[in-house]
Ligand binder design. Structure first.
Ligand code: RTP
Ligand code: MG
Length: 139
């Protein structure tokens, strides 16, 4: 039996702009996960720099942060048994062109093309990341 966990899900600016927040919430709720807290955020650079500190210096870092600053984000605190890995499974592979059908990125994501960062959602990747990221977005 998986542990009861909390994770941070972000509907990124492309998901909000494309009116997919409801569809993404529907998939989270249909799986049986619980919504603990939710808000619309216009993230500033300090928050994004802290959130993406592991990627600082990588070639995609600057375009990624600029994209995340480009519009509102929906931040969601989600709880459930094994929800950290479980939400990443719902989200699918990072690259929407490679993500499996049935996943958020596979069903709703568009071909990456040059906009590699536009993959609709973020989900924490470990218990440590979830604790750290929930502290940043819901402090
Ligand atoms: P996320 O953190 O958003 O849940 O996605 P992830 O774990 O699947 O991907 P990660 O490696 O943590 O990368 C964070 C975000 O950076 C963008 N990215 N671009 N090669 C690239 O150009 C590249 N790699 C990653 C994506 O927006 C990814 O979600
Ligand atoms: Mg990640």
């Amino acid at each position: 039996m998986s542990e009861l966990e909390e994770t941070l899900v972000l509907v990124k600016p492309d998901g909000v702009a494309r009116n997919l927040t409801g569809e993404i919430l529907r998939r989270i709720e249909a799986k049986g996960y619980g919504l603990v807290d939710i808000k619309l955020v216009e993230a500033d650079r300090a928050l994004l720099a802290a959130h993406y500190e592991e990627h600082a210096g990588k070639p995609f870092y600057e375009p990624l942060v600029e994209f995340m600053e480009s519009g509102p984000i929906v931040a969601i605190r989600v709880e459930g048994n094994g929800v950290i890995a479980g939400f990443r499974s719902l989200a699918g592979a990072t690259d929407p062109t490679a993500a499996a059908p049935g996943t958020i990125r596979g069903d709703l994501g568009r071909d990456w093309g040059l906009k590699v960062q536009q993959n609709l959602v973020h989900g924490s990747d470990s218990v440590e990341s979830a604790t750290r990221e929930l502290g940043l977005w819901f402090s």
